[in-house]
Design a protein around this ligand. Sequence first.
Ligand SMILES: [Zn+2]
Length: 263
Amino acid sequence: MIYVMSFFIFLIGIAVGSFLNVVIDRLPLEQSIITPPSHCPHCQQRLRRLDLVPVLSYLLLRGRCRYCHAPIPRYLPAIEAITGVIFLLFFFKYDLSALWLISALYSAILITVAAIDIKDGIIPNKITYPAYLLAIILSLLFLPPQGEGMFVSNSLLAALYSSLLGGAISFLILFVPCLVYKEGMGWGDVKLAGLTGFMLGFPSSLAALAIALISGGIMAAVLLLTGRKKRKQAIPFGPFLSLGALAALAWGQNIVNWYLGFF
Ligand SMILES: [Zn+2]
């Protein structure tokens, strides 16, 4: 039964990933997400159902358009597969619960933001602002992961407080480097950090930020040392913030407890 469920969850994940691709492609261009129907950007041919099966179509078509044989960007099946795997990991962690649903919803938002930041170097307010509202409301309804451990938020008010505090602190921590290093960090990053704080609540939000800064720092060092990036070239920070938030959604409280164990 667990295998059937896992497979079903993975299918939901890749289907959601397929929708995220539409958002990732069209939202930065200010295009409608609903119309026109999916088409090949090269030959404009409208795609049929068989061309749009997540991951599978890409593999069966060997990464090329059925009609004009232009290569299909690799990130399309990658986003689908990543979404499927992350939905599955949260299912192993939280079963089919409200926490799974929230984690899946937050992953969808974080994957979209990370992909748009890598592709276009922006973090759209059209995603972050509505997501602020969503995260604050969900903190009230479901007592997300911050409800365990150090700050036991067994009341609605405590959960709301945790969410607002997490958002405010993450926002402030990135606000200063954004003012000082103008090229390195943008306003979009600061606003996204605030969003991860609202989602995770305090203190899990700090675990997310720590993972983002450490993984981003390591990646920057590797890219500079191997000469793949010059010193002045910006490396998008959004993907690392998203990665940190995803890890903290699963293990935030464990990471905080592990860290506090040193004192
Ligand atoms: Zn084509």
